[in-house]
Unconditional design. Structure first.
Length: 516
């Protein structure tokens, strides 16, 4: 079954799939038109949407009973609870489309019934994931990338340079497919401590790509200009050209460094990330942010350079020390607060000790968190959508908790895990939003309980207010001498708070210290 908003190309893709597989194709909209002898728009106008949804539900049930092949559903089919229930036990693929492409495809003069009035505004409303729209509704019926039981899940990142994120167990053999014909040779960026673990990746590359290993330090200590320069020197000595590529194998620091090496070499060569930590899978590997640290702060030097693929092999999490797995949950819980309440529900109802590498719940958490990041970066790749306190902050929403989190990391000389710092920073910013009068007490208190439930710290007293305040002043979201924070007005409703008062900042700091 293919579902998705109008303009996503369901009919076209269904026909292509059916032709490729040699099976029949069927469209429920066409079935309804044939049965009723009138156009769908006429049914809407004459009888109303409720009558049409009932006809559509019957058409879907009939098609499921009679048809064996590819089935394309109408753009609004999954808005009906009964239709969603019919889809629960079937393979459902969600086709996503950006606003600009959707409007071009449906046309501003469309007669589609759901688009009566201002077409662009209606399409934007239908596509907006923050309005509990299509992706969330389909997921409840076993929709896009939420199965958690098959050998692999493929989450597609749309945009000018689209790529896939593959999630599954033992999926190293998929690596050559992500590289495709983009590379003649490959440089494998891997920390010294993970060289043995990288065996399956090395084997997957060996036959076709003649991999050259770039062995780097472990963790944040690798993210320096000197390390990147050493990698570039090795690529130069090996004669790497634009017909070659980079593969990273490691945690978030390795993907950040390796991505920047790829972005800088010959002004950009392809890169595929194979993240080995939970944190890297749900955060660093997806979205194209690359960079290194300087004495002034974290990730202040870098570039946007999207990968050509990401391979999340969940079996690698079985080798991860438990504290590192727990730290990765900092970014997972953050995604729940900024965009996907189901993540919070799973965290709050699952025994934390059961979240292991082979846990279907952990897999769903990974897939949902990756999808949150995809949804955000597709709409705002280079972090340009945020405004000073008005509307959704775009990609800056992913920095929720990071302003204070990065300041803590710097104060601790990166001796604290990133996910732990994000957890503390998120609780801090929830307190800031509470004192600023934009977040209710229940949601603010939920931060400490959710992060704390999975074993993450929720307070910090290792540095004074003045030191942390100065570190936050060089945060990438700051404008001039004005601090800017991503805060919540509610779960799933992030905004920018610009220039909070010193009184509110100190009150949030005091609450953070009290929780330490």
């Amino acid at each position: 079954m293919l579902v998705g908003p109008m303009g996503a190309g369901k009919t076209t893709v269904a026909e292509l799939l059916a032709r490729r597989w040699g099976v029949a194709v069927r469209d429920t909209d066409a079935d309804i038109v044939a049965a009723q002898g009138r156009e769908i728009s006429d049914i809407f106008v004459d009888d109303g949407e409720a009558v049409f949804r009932a006809l559509e539900r019957e058409a879907v049930a009939r098609a499921l009973a009679e048809h064996d092949g590819v089935l394309s559903l109408g753009g609004g089919a999954v808005l009906d609870e009964g239709t969603r229930a019919l889809l629960a036990d079937h393979t459902v693929v969600f086709l996503q489309v950006g606003l600009t492409d959707a409007v071009k495809r449906v046309g501003l003069g469309t007669s589609r019934p759901l688009l009566m009035g201002n077409v662009r505004a209606r399409v934007k409303d239908l596509l907006d994931p923050r309005r509990g729209g299509r992706r969330g509704r389909v997921a409840a019926a076993g929709g896009p990338g939420m199965s958690g039981t098959g050998p692999e899940t493929v989450l597609h990142v749309a945009g000018p340079a689209p790529y896939d994120v593959v999630v599954g167990h033992g999926v190293a053999e998929r690596l050559p497919g992500l590289l495709g014909d983009r590379a003649a040779r490959v440089a494998l960026v891997v920390p010294e401590t993970l060289r043995e673990l990288a065996g399956p990746v090395r084997e997957a590359l060996a036959d076709a790509y003649r991999p050259t290993e770039l062995v780097v330090p472990d963790g944040e200590s690798a993210k320096t200009v000197a390390t990147a320069a050493a990698c570039w020197e090795t690529l130069g000595e090996a004669g790497f050209t634009r017909s070659d590529a980079v593969v990273t194998f490691g945690g978030g620091a390795t993907t950040d460094l390796g991505g920047w090496v790829a972005a800088g070499w010959l002004r950009g060569v392809p890169v595929v990330h194979v993240p080995t930590t939970l944190l890297a899978m749900v955060d660093a590997a997806v979205g194209g942010k690359t960079g290194v640290n300087t004495a002034a702060g974290k990730n202040l030097v870098g570039a946007f350079h999207e990968p050509t693929g990401v391979l999340c092999d969940l079996s690698l999490l079985g080798t991860l020390p438990r504290p590192d797995l727990v730290a990765g949950m900092g970014e997972v819980v953050k995604c729940g607060f900024i965009a996907d309440p189901r993540i919070l529900e799973l965290v709050e109802t699952t025994e934390p000790a059961s979240l292991t590498a082979d846990s279907p719940v952990l897999r769903e958490l990974v897939e949902r968190s990756v999808q949150v990041k995809i949804d955000v970066v597709v709409g705002d790749l280079k972090e340009t959508a945020g405004t000073a306190g008005e509307g959704h902050p775009g990609r800056e929403a992913l920095n929720y908790g990071h302003t204070m989190g990065h300041a803590i990391e710097r104060a601790e000389r990166y001796g604290v895990r990133h996910g732990e710092a994000v957890a503390i920073g998120s609780v801090f910013v929830a307190e800031l939003a509470r004192h600023a009068g934009v977040l209710d007490d229940t949601t603010a208190d939920r931060h400490a309980s959710a992060f704390g439930r999975v074993g993450l710290p929720t307070g910090y007293a290792g540095a004074g207010y003045d030191e942390l305040r100065a570190a936050m002043a060089v945060d990438k979201k700051s404008r001039g001498d004005q601090l800017r924070f991503v805060v919540l007005h509610d779960v799933g409703d992030p905004r920018v708070l610009a220039g909070p008062s010193e009184e509110h900042l100190r009150a949030a700091y005091d609450a953070m210290v009290a929780r330490a």
